[in-house]
Design a binder for this molecule. Structure first.
Ligand code: 5GP
Length: 176
């Protein structure tokens, strides 16, 4: 079995889209300080590019939470492998995720973080696969809406590989 990656969005297209998202966030928050929370590991490329274009005072924290293991099918249950370093009460928080698929991960993260009394909490995802939604979740800022295909690159992995691709592509398995 061979794996082939078909490019879906080039590095340039991704960077342009991220600037658009940053402009929306800058407009919304003005000079209000923003606490940006990255969901490890998939969001790191997106988060670093996005925060470079934010103009308000920004602080960063990370949470490692997911439901995928090494496969391509969401298990539905959330495991938190690394919690936030800092308290978030009274902070304006923006949670940054690579992709919203079933919505299970973000809805559970939203519930967990909302219980910690932030001043506000919003969500941002580079990719959205609405066809596979199981749990309705509000994502205030979205980059690209994509069909039901498994994508890798720009932080997204398959069994921990492909994260360092500078573009996003769909992964195809070919029988030799
Ligand atoms: P959800 O809980 O919304 O089903 O899944 C969210 C998480 O599943 C994402 O943060 C990501 O880690 C993983 N995921 C969902 N779809 C894809 C995909 O197409 N490619 C990769 N690499 N990960 C995905």
């Amino acid at each position: 079995m061979r794996e082939v990656v078909h490019e879906m969005f080039s590095e340039e297209q991704i960077k342009e889209k991220i600037v658009e998202i940053a402009e929306q966030i800058n407009k919304k928050y003005g000079n209000e300080a923003l606490h940006v929370i990255g969901v490890l590991k998939g969001s790191i490329f997106f988060l670093t590019e996005l925060t470079k274009h934010l103009t308000m005072p920004v602080t960063l924290d990370f949470i490692a939470a997911g439901s995928y293991g090494d496969g391509t099918v969401s298990s539905g249950s959330l495991s938190v492998d690394k919690d936030l370093d800092d308290e978030i009460d009274d902070l304006h928080c923006l949670v940054v995720e690579d992709i919203v698929d079933t919505g299970n991960t973000l809805s559970k993260i939203r519930k967990m973080l909302t219980a910690r009394n932030p001043a506000s909490i919003e969500f941002c995802a580079l990719l959205d696969k609405p066809d596979r939604r199981e749990t309705q979740v509000d994502v205030e800022y979205t980059g690209f809406v994509i069909p039901d295909e498994f994508v890798v690159g720009y932080g997204l992995d398959y069994a921990q590989r492909y994260r360092n691709l500078p573009y996003i592509g769909s992964l195809e398995w070919i029988e030799d």
